[in-house]
Design a protein around this ligand. Structure first.
Ligand code: DC
Length: 222
């Protein structure tokens, strides 16, 4: 199962968890660049699994369909622009609720942490369960929080630009609420902060302020 004992304790792992559209991806990218660490957006693994299922007309809630896609995640294109579609995101939160899918993707994540690409000294993983399940002994753990309405506004701006319509915002808000509920209530590795995580509320902060706080916390742990 979750065999963390085989991980190299000497390598740096920074865990960044939080709900959808909380800004954790942007923060993780900035930190990885600044600290020269490898970056893994673990949501892309669930999205990649979901997209593979959708492409063959499968059902993302069906264990056989989802597991066979998860086992082949190494062959998926994790830069496919369709990974960013809201339909893929919604299917991703369905495959993510299946324990055998999580187990299959855990191996990919542990391999990444053990052997960060490009000879990097360590890695940053962003997701939902990095600090709780994937790497409970991470060097530093950050858990991002932001009000749902703020996250919906950010996502609407990202997808539709400044002229987004009320119904577009409403749809995104509804979708985020559903995904939050699925991510928090699932039995297997639900979204929650690790006890030793640094909680960072981004509701009223811009990315620079969030970055400075996160960096200060991480540098104290290195
Ligand atoms: O962060 P994201 O929106 O790309 O994640 C897509 C879905 O994948 C999300 O609904 C929850 C799931 N996920 C997960 O369960 N565990 C992770 N470590 C990362 C993502």
């Amino acid at each position: 199962m979750n065999d963390n004992t085989s991980l190299d304790d000497a390598s740096i792992v920074i865990a960044i968890d939080g709900p959808a559209a909380s800004g954790k991806g942007t923060l993780a990218r900035k930190l990885a660049k600044y600290l020269d660490l490898a970056l893994l957006d673990t949501g892309a693994l669930y999205r990649g699994t979901a997209l593979s299922v959708l492409k063959v007309g499968g059902d993302p809630s069906d264990e056989m369909d989802a597991l066979s896609a998860a086992l082949r995640i190494g062959n998926a294109d994790l830069n496919d622009p369709n990974l960013r579609n809201e339909s893929t995101a919604s299917a991703a939160s369905k495959v993510a609720a299946i324990p055998s899918v999580r187990e299959a993707l855990l191996k990919y994540q542990h391999d990444f942490m053990k052997n960060p690409p490009d000879g990097k000294e360590g890695s940053i993983l962003d997701g939902r369960d990095i600090g709780t399940v994937i790497c409970p002994n991470a060097t530093a753990k950050i858990f991002i929080i932001a009000e749902t309405e703020t996250r919906a506004k950010r996502r609407a701006l990202e997808v539709f630009g400044t002229g987004y319509k009320t119904e577009e915002y409403d749809r995104i808000l509804q979708d985020l609420k559903q995904r939050d509920e699925r991510d928090q209530k699932r039995a297997s590795a639900p979204l929650k902060a690790a006890e030793d995580a640094y909680l960072l509320d981004t509701t009223n902060s811009d990315i620079e302020a969030v970055f400075e706080k996160a960096l200060g916390f991480i540098l104290n742990k290195l």
